[in-house]
Each structure stands twice: as C-alpha cells, then as structure tokens.
Design a protein. Structure first.
Length: 244
C-alpha cells in the first residue's frame, strides 16, 4: 500500500477489485499489446457491417479492442492498417469503417464520462458548490475531487488544501483532477448552473468515474496510466488556467 502522507491518495481509494483478483485483459488489434480492459476501447461490428465505438463494451455481437490514441487511430485509418486489423479480428466479415471514426470515438468516450457523472449525481454520491465541497473535504468524506478545464487556480487550490487537511495528507501533492470538460459542458451534463468543481463521496463511485475518464484522457493523448491511477497521474499538475 502507498504511504498516504507521501503520495496522492485517490488512486488507492478508487480500487474496487478484491485483493488477488485478476484484472481482465484484452489485446489491441493495432499494436498487439495486452492491457487492462478498462484501459482499452472496444469497437463493435453491427449486423449491417458498420464499425462503431462501444465505450461501455456492451454492444452485442463481435468486437475488437484498440489501445491507441486519437492521432494513432487516425493514422491507422488513413494508411489502411486499421482496416486490415479489423478484417482479421472480425474474421473477414464485410465491414464499413466511417471516415470520422476518431471523432466519433472521442465523442462517445466523452458522452460515457458525462453520463456517468450524471448518474453519480442522481445517486447522491456527488457534492457540488464550493462550500459544500470544502466542508466534505475537511470532514474526510471526499474520495475524488475534480475541476472544470476553465477553472481558475484559486478555487482548485483552496479545495485541494481542504482535501489534504481532511485526508491528513498535508505536504503531499494531492490536488484533484482537471477534467477535459469546461464549466459549460459540466453544467449541461449535470443539469446545474455554472458547475466549476465537483467531488465524489463514495469509493466505488470514484472508480466508476475513473474508468471512462482514463479512457478519454488516454485517447486524447493526455495520460497513459492505468484507470486506477488516473487521479494520481494528474494530482501534481500545476493549475495554469485563467478565470474564476
């Protein structure tokens, strides 16, 4: 286990698998590398032969997994490598790959994240509003702290300080996460006005948010850590955005 006084805490608190339980792995059809299923993206083949992103890995029928970012996917699409890899994965079945698959994939991953945030809010696992979040942080009730991409430095830094106090982690780099969503997108996703900061108060909820968040960050080329380490990977980032 990590020393909570020397390293960010959220990654440890987000773990939901029991000790010793094997993490399911999948193979990227483009690179051949095996990775945790939560770190890869499933592409599904419809009965009509259309290839589409399946960010929740729930679509019926055949599927293939990719572990590359948007730029690499676009290149593989352009040079025909993706078509060849999918033809092998789908065993020669007729298939149609949309020319905007990278854009569709990012949009689907973003939607999966915002949908999950909305679910956690409705389930009562989320705090909104600076004062409520600060109180939860100081009480040690927060397991996940996040901020809009256009949040200024003042609010995130004050909340991070309250979080470190509540977690008895003063002197560490624990700060929280800058989401790939601005306040307008967060407000729409959560059905509230001017959402700049959010916090989760449940370990399992934090893990459920971390998985789609990590897939999106990796696809955008912003992170290459495992889903469980998504908070730790950005906890030491400097806040350099402007605004509130």
């Amino acid at each position: 286990m990590r020393n909570p006084h020397n390293e960010p805490l959220v990654a440890e608190r987000q773990k939901t698998r029991t000790a010793g339980e094997a993490s399911p792995e999948r193979r990227c059809v483009l690179t051949g590398r095996h990775d945790d299923r939560d770190a890869l993206i499933r592409l599904a083949l419809s009965p009509m032969g259309d290839v589409a992103p399946d960010p929740l890995a729930r679509a019926p029928g055949r599927g293939a997994w990719i572990g590359v970012g948007r730029a690499e996917l676009a290149q593989a699409l352009a040079n025909g490598k993706l078509k060849g890899a999918l033809a092998r994965a789908f065993k020669g079945a007729p298939l149609t790959i949309p020319s905007d698959l990278p854009e569709r994939t990012e949009a689907a991953l973003l939607r999966a994240l915002t949908d999950r945030l909305g679910i956690e809010l409705r389930a009562g696992n989320m705090l909104l509003g600076t004062e409520k979040i600060a109180q939860g942080c100081r009480a040690g009730a927060v397991t996940f702290l996040a901020h809009a991409s256009d949040a200024g430095s003042d609010g995130p830094n004050k909340l991070a300080q309250a979080w470190r106090v509540g977690e008895e982690a003063e002197g560490t780099g624990l700060k929280g996460i800058i989401l790939p969503l601005d306040r307008a997108a967060l407000s729409v996703a959560l059905g509230r006005d001017n959402v700049v900061h959010l916090a989760l108060t449940d370990d399992a909820a934090a893990a459920r948010v971390a998985a789609p968040l990590q897939r999106l960050l990796h696809f955008m080329g912003r992170d290459e850590k495992s889903a469980g380490d998504v908070a730790a990977s950005v906890a030491n980032d400097d806040f350099d955005t402007k605004g509130e």
